[in-house]
Structure formats: structure tokens, C-alpha cells
Design a protein around this ligand. Structure first.
Ligand code: BGC
Length: 420
């Protein structure tokens, strides 16, 4: 029985990602205020939101403190220890985000101490020979910015903050991600109305598309003006959407429209202003005449999200026409017991490899996430980490899948047993 080794390109970047609000602890921004105002409500909605097996497996979802980010993983103080772990796990790249509300706590007043903190974070990565990818906005806004991303001055304010950051940190970092998943915010805050500012209004959703695209385009030029060598992109969540019945014209039409708004519109609005494409893949949806239904495989994550590794392949293929380097800047699952994570990573990598073999220029993969962390409106119970966090003691414990991932990294490839 022969085994086929799937080799990845030389200098492929392997790592994991985090975001400031989810791991740092001690943040004060629009989300931290929202969580305080909403923790009680979120606790009381638990019974109707989650299935019985989830409620039984995660009783902490019934506690109000689950919905308060508080000190999170205390990564703000423990980043050295966490990067030691990343290094130990073989990572040669790491994605994290800078918290705008720390850098500019009051409008126009920039905090030198906080920028110094992120200089140290970048230096800590460089000292370990880990290539940083820095996200400048991972959904959180400073409190002074009224209406956040809906504010028509958002592009102006955001680019002023970015200018300050690049002037101070531009010498230490090459890869900048301006915005994390614009469409997740547009959908969850302005279509579903679940996230702050909980405004359900399609017109506002369109305004946010416009503001965020303008913010990206403005900062793209600004970053290049200050740091010509920098590589700039935004991270795009891509959902693989297909019709349940291939012959159903209406389903096909709904697929086209959903695919446009989810996966393509923002890319079009920023076309020409991306040095690379950053793709984040979690979901596969099947459209049926009656609406969007997640197709359920037998394997689902703790969040009951469908696991469909094959969906990443057509998405990657569809990006080939842009002729830009592609990085998978997030892909992961909530799996407290770590039963599915190794296979999850490996299966996704197989499909990514197939795209690479067909000349799609994928250059890196970042698992979400390095650490268990605070999962937005769901709080602490979903466990995405390669590293488990004990939120009482803040002890870090490396999960077995992290060692499996390390083997892949060391081999710069995977063994595909299915082809044997
Ligand atoms: C976000 C992360 C989040 C992850 C899992 C991504 O959409 O960028 O912040 O934790 O998905 O839900």
C-alpha cells in the first residue's frame, strides 16, 4: 500500500491566528461595553439557542460570567509564553491584531506606551523567527467613535490610526491586514442584528460596505506611502454556497446573489488595492428553495457547524483569476475534546494542496486559533484553540492536535492515505 505525500511549496507559512479582544484581556471598547449590557440577556437566551447536547456539554453557557471577556487569556501580559508555545509547535508565522481602543483611547490622542507594547510583541515574534501578520481592525471600535463602522467619518478616523501605527511599527512588520471579515460584521450586526450595535437595516448594511471599503482603499495607499515594501490585504470570510438541486433555477439564482454579497462584493469594491488575498473558511451552505440550510455531515463542531473541507477548493479556484498570492488567514473549529481537530486540519490541507497543484498561489495557512478564546456573543465555551486555556488558573495546555499539526509543519506536507 503506497502513501502519497502532498508537499507544500517551499517557504510556506504555517501558523495560527488570534485577535486582541478575544485573547488579550482588559480591553475597553464597543464590544466590552456591549457584553456588560447584554450578558444577562445572552444567559437567559441559552436554552432556546443551543441544543440539548450542547447545553449538557457546556453548562458554563448558563453562567453570566461566560459572556464577559474580562481578562480573557491574559495574552496581553503572557504573549512571550504564548509565542514560546507557538515556536515549540513549529509555527513560522503568527497572526494577531492591534487593538485600536488601546492605541487611540481618546479621539486624536495616541498612547505611546501601548504602541511600545505592540513593538515588543512584534520583536518577540521576530526573535523567535516567526513572521507576523498584523490585523488592524478585528471588529472592535474605540468608545469615542460614535456609531463605529457606520459613522461616515470611519474611513478618515481609521486611516489616521493606521498612519500612526505604520509610522511606529512599519519597520517590524511586512504583512498588514486592514480589516477582518467585513461581511461578518455587515451580516451579524446589520442584517441579523445579533452583534453590536444590533441595527437590523439593509440600508445601513450597504452603508457599512461602503465605509469599510473606503477605509480599506484609503489605508492601502497610506500604508504604501509610509512603508513601500509592505504587503496589504483584508481578510475575507468565504462561504461555499451551492444549490441543493443543481437543476433548480431559483436556487441557482439565490446562490449567485448570496455568493456575490458574501464572497465577492467587498473584493470588487477594493479591487486593485490588494497585494494578497487573505481567505478565512468555516462554512459550506446549501441553498434550498425554502432558504439557506447548512448541509449537515455526520461530523459537526461543538457549535454544530458543519465540517466541509472540500468547500475550500472551489473557492480557492475561483480566486485564481486575481493572480495574487493567497493566505488562508483563518480556518478552525470549536472542539473541546480535540477529537476532530487533527483530521479537520489535515482534510482542509488536502483540498488546499489540490488547489495549489492546480496553480492557485496559496502561500500560508493559519489555524484559528492558537489559544482558546472569547468567542464574541457566545463567550468562552466554544474551544477553538490548539492550546487549551484554563480560565480559572490561566494555565496553558497543548492539545494533541497541535502536535499533529507540528508534524505537518515539519514535513512541510501531509500523507494522503486516501490515495494509497
Ligand atoms: C473571526 C474570529 C472568530 C472565528 C470563529 C472568524 O470569523 O474572525 O474572530 O473567533 O471566526 O467564529
Amino acid at each position: 500500500m503506497s502513501q502519497i505525500k502532498l508537499k507544500f511549496p517551499e517557504n510556506f507559512l504555517w501558523g495560527a491566528a488570534t485577535s486582541a479582544y478575544q485573547v488579550e484581556g482588559g480591553n475597553k471598547n464597543n464590544w466590552s461595553e456591549w457584553e456588560k449590557a447584554n450578558a444577562k440577556r445572552l444567559t437567559s437566551e441559552t436554552k432556546k439557542k443551543w441544543q440539548k447536547w450542547q447545553q449538557e456539554k457546556f453548562p458554563e453557557m448558563f453562567e453570566e460570567k461566560n459572556y464577559i471577556s474580562g481578562r480573557a487569556c491574559d495574552h496581553y501580559n503572557r504573549y512571550e509564553e504564548d509565542f514560546d508555545i507557538a515556536k515549540q509547535l513549529g509555527h513560522n508565522a503568527h497572526r494577531f491584531s492591534i487593538e485600536w481602543s488601546r492605541i487611540e483611547p481618546e479621539e486624536g490622542k495616541f498612547d505611546e506606551k501601548e504602541i511600545e507594547h505592540y513593538r515588543k510583541v512584534l520583536k518577540a515574534l521576530r526573535a523567535r523567527k516567526i513572521e507576523p501578520f498584523v490585523t488592524l481592525w478585528h471588529w472592535t471600535n474605540p468608545l469615542w467613535l460614535k456609531n463605529g463602522e457606520l459613522n461616515k467619518k470611519f474611513p478618515k478616523y481609521f486611516s489616521r490610526y493606521v498612519k500612526f501605527v505604520i509610522e511606529k511599527l512599519g519597520d517590524l512588520n511586512n504583512f498588514w491586514i486592514t480589516l477582518n471579515e467585513p461581511t461578518s460584521v455587515i451580516f451579524s450586526s446589520y442584517i441579523q442584528g445579533a452583534w453590536p450595535p444590533q441595527k437590523r437595516n439593509p440600508f445601513k448594511a450597504l452603508c457599512v460596505y461602503k465605509n469599510l471599503a473606503a477605509a480599506h482603499n484609503l489605508t492601502y495607499s497610506e500604508i504604501h506611502r509610509i512603508a513601500p515594501q509592505a504587503k496589504v490585504g483584508f481578510s475575507n470570510i468565504m462561504i461555499y454556497i451551492e444549490p441543493t438541486h443543481k437543476w433548480h433555477l431559483l436556487e441557482k439564482l439565490i446562490v449567485k446573489i448570496s455568493d456575490y454579497f458574501s464572497n465577492r462584493k467587498f473584493l470588487k469594491m477594493t479591487n486593485g488595492n490588494n497585494d494578497f488575498l487573505a481567505i478565512q473558511y468555516y462554512f459550506h451552505k446549501k441553498i434550498s428553495f425554502f432558504g439557506m440550510n447548512a448541509e449537515k455531515n455526520k461530523n459537526v463542531s461543538d457549535l454544530d457547524w458543519d465540517i466541509s473541507p472540500e468547500g475550500i477548493y472551489p473557492l480557492l479556484k475561483s480566486l485564481k483569476k486575481y493572480n495574487l498570492p493567497i493566505y488562508i488567514t483563518e480556518n478552525g473549529l470549536a472542539d473541546k475534546e480535540d477529537k476532530l481537530r487533527s483530521a479537520f486540519i489535515k482534510e482542509h490541507l488536502k483540498w488546499i494542496h489540490r488547489a495549489i497543484a492546480e496553480k492557485v498561489d496559496v502561500r500560508g495557512y493559519f489555524y484559528w486559533s492558537l489559544l482558546d478564546n472569547f468567542e464574541w456573543d457566545k463567550g468562552f465555551w466554544p474551544r477553538f484553540g490548539l492550546v487549551e486555556i484554563n480560565y480559572e488558573t490561566l494555565e496553558r495546555k497543548i492539545r494533541p492536535s497541535a502536535w499533529e499539526y507540528k508534524k505537518i509543519i515539519e514535513a512541510n506536507g501531509i500523507i494522503d492515505e486516501s490515495k494509497s
